[in-house]
Design a protein around this ligand. Sequence first.
Ligand code: OSB
Ligand code: MG
Length: 361
Amino acid sequence: MELKLYNIRIPFLYPFTTSFGTESERDAIILVLNDGDITAYSECVTSTRPDYSYEDNQTTIHLIRDVFAPMIKDLPTPQEFNSRARKIKGDNMARGSVEMLLWDYASKAAGKPLDRFMGGSREYINVGLSVGMDTIDRMSSRIEDALKKGYKRIKVKIERGREREILGAVRDRFPDIVLTADANSSYTLNDMDLLLSIDRYDLQYLEQPLNFDDLIYHSRLAKEMSTPICLDESITSPEKAEKAMEIGACSVINIKPGRIGGLTDSLEVARIARENGGHVWVGGMLETGIGRSFNVAMACNSNVDYPGDTAPNSRYFERDIVTNPFLMDKGKIRPNTKPGIGVDIDFEEFTKRTESAMRIF
Ligand code: OSB
Ligand code: MG
């Protein structure tokens, strides 16, 4: 049996700008587990720098090699792994990548596609697009192109000070589309006037306006704004989801299995949100075809009711590291039908894009 960790870099078709910075390539950590019969894969959602959360690729390498990999030598189920890993505080992204590796392994061993193995029932998922900040002209033409392709909602990135420029121009040009905005923690409660000005753009929700781990101030803001609040960064566990719903910090949750520490806890977060009358969708972290397939499988769960950021591979890369990318038809993607995550690796491209590789056991 062998566990290998690869660092893979693939350039994006175009740079992606959020309030915390611009990314022009996917700098991915990929795990490959081989036991002779089955090869399982996963991807960690961290990137080069700790600007979305406090984890990054270097902390991930340490945690996987020294902390989590030693827990999986006997190939536990994802649930067994979770109970062993509970002692470790935080580090959701590193933990989640190992947990998802075990989900791919377990569903391949069971001969079932991951979405079905997880109890999902959807035949297809509804897809939205996340549009990075850029000039208004470029953002508008991206949105126009996306609407032609059938995307079911448009999310624009905003930041403190650019909200009226971006949302005003997009709403003028596209008055009737389902529109959302993601601030990635760019505001504080001192910006209440700016935040209240966002109410006029008729957004389906405003994503993560305040600090990355905050619940209390979001709950205060949610009482002032008419726009529903969606939390992304702040929801890192089922316990956080319970607390957020209890105090009204949000009514929508963006589930990223990587951020929540894997699929078991993501299923739980989705259930909690829906039981409390909230809405749920599956986000993304600009993953390669490997990481993307876990998000698509999660989005097949019946508790997911809003379109996700689960765009087809072709939105990100000219050539991905898989040979069977997800294809979108009229804003819908069908999950893979082969066992596990169901992706076929493009070994030529995988090798070409590999910066480094390390054998962990
Ligand atoms: O906040 O949802 C986010 C990308 C990188 C980091 C954070 C976020 C995003 C996205 C893009 O919005 C979603 C995607 O298309 O994968
Ligand atoms: Mg977000």
